[in-house]
Every structure is written in structure tokens, then in C-alpha cells.
Design a protein around this ligand. Structure first.
Ligand code: AMP
Length: 141
């Protein structure tokens, strides 16, 4: 995509600090990191979000994520890290080329993803389960 910042990184049109590359994915450092070393795993093929990812990219993306996470843990001597992906504007996605964030975590770094957990009223967990199962399509690509 001509107007996509991550496509421009992949094509070499704009610079990035590349960490790793395999068949279908590359990993770069995020320019505005949560912590230094915060990395992004990008599919080489443009796709807007998780559901848009072609099946043949899944393995490359997870392999790149594991290789880079391993390197972050060893180089920064991490006790913990987060892997996450924002999908959709309301979920916080700002670049519409799928990416997985891998970010270092530190003790007392004051980052909280969960503010308040809900509890299902009686039997509602079962109703949610049956509603969602009706839409499970194992063959979806
Ligand atoms: P999200 O808000 O989940 O879509 O994440 C997009 C991420 O891309 C943000 O953390 C940005 O800091 C990062 N980002 C945007 N432009 C660049 C760039 N040119 N190089 C590296 N990271 C970038």
C-alpha cells in the first residue's frame, strides 16, 4: 500500500532499526517505545488487521516474535514482557498494517492494562459461550 508507513519500512523507502527478518515477517524497533527495546513484528504483505492476515504468514509472525522476544529477554535481562496487538481504532490501533508489539516490562513500571474486571451474572457465561460457538468456523482463512 502506497500510503502505509509499515509498507514503506518493508520496501526500504523509510529507515527503521531492523532486528530480524524471515520469509513473511520483519521485526523493527518501535520509534516511540513503551520501554527501550519495544519491538514490532510486521507481516511483509500489507494486511490491515489480524483477521486480514493470510494463513501462510501466521507461522512466520510467531517465529519472528519468539526469536525477537528471546533476544530482548537475554540482551535486556528481562524478568517479563508483553506481546499484544491493537486491532481497530477503538482498540487503540493507529497504524493499519497488522503488527504485534513485544515490549519489555520492569518491576514497578506502573503500566496497567486491566483496570476493572467484570463478573458474569449467573448463567450468562453459558449464553455467551453458545452465542459465540454458533459463529465458530474452523475453515475461515
Ligand atoms: P498501534 O497504535 O498499536 O497501531 O501501534 C503503532 C506503533 O507504530 C506505535 O507504537 C508507533 O510508535 C509505531 N510507529 C509508527 N511509525 C513508526 C515508524 N516509522 N517506525 C517504527 N515504529 C513506528
Amino acid at each position: 500500500m502506497t500510503d502505509c508507513v509499515f509498507c514503506k519500512i518493508i520496501s526500504g523507502e523509510i529507515p527503521a532499526e531492523k532486528l530480524f527478518e524471515n520469509d513473511h515477517a520483519i521485526a523493527v524497533l518501535d520509534i516511540n517505545p513503551i520501554h527501550f527495546g519495544h519491538a514490532l513484528i510486521l507481516p511483509k504483505q500489507h494486511c490491515s488487521d489480524f483477521l486480514d492476515l493470510p494463513d501462510d504468514t501466521f507461522h512466520s509472525i510467531l517465529q519472528a516474535a519468539k526469536v525477537v522476544t528471546q533476544a530482548l529477554v537475554q540482551s535486556l535481562q528481562l524478568e517479563g514482557y508483553n506481546l499484544f496487538s491493537n486491532n481497530g481504532t477503538i482498540a487503540g490501533q493507529s497504524v493499519f498494517h497488522f503488527h504485534l508489539h513485544v515490549t519489555p516490562r520492569y518491576r514497578d513500571d506502573n503500566i496497567h492494562f486491566i483496570l476493572k474486571l467484570k463478573k458474569y451474572p449467573e448463567r450468562e457465561i453459558t449464553q455467551y459461550g453458545s452465542m459465540i460457538r454458533k459463529f465458530i468456523k474452523p475453515s475461515v482463512s
